[in-house]
Design a protein around this ligand. Structure first.
Ligand SMILES: [Zn+2]
Ligand SMILES: [Zn+2]
Length: 103
């Protein structure tokens, strides 16, 4: 984790393990986590039968079925072989356009 504070980092990092997303999945509130991280988080909440988003605290019942976020997966993949700055700004642009269309 060399450079921090880039918008891209927020989008491609998992707030549970604070690392790059692995097998990113998106919860219905719109937040994304590693498949493993969110599942172990929800395993802990399993006894209450209420599943929450660690970021916005929105709760879900029953336990949501997680779908892999292929767009984020591609971004993370590209980011992990961080080739150059031009590529990074292109990705930033992609993320911004995507978040606009997602509204
Ligand atoms: Zn994670
Ligand atoms: Zn959320």
């Amino acid at each position: 984790m060399a450079e921090k504070g880039v918008l891209l980092d927020k989008k491609t990092c998992c707030l549970i393990c604070l690392d790059l997303l692995k097998d990113p999945v998106t919860v219905s509130c719109g937040h994304s986590y590693c498949n493993n991280c969110i599942n172990s988080h929800w395993d802990k909440e399993d006894r209450n039968k209420i599943y929450s988003c660690p970021q916005c605290r929105q709760t879900f019942t029953p336990r949501p079925v997680l779908v892999k976020n292929t767009m984020l997966a591609d971004l993370v993949e590209e980011r992990s072989d961080k080739s150059n700055n031009i590529l990074n700004s292109t990705k930033l642009w992609i993320i911004q356009s995507v978040s606009v269309t997602a509204q």
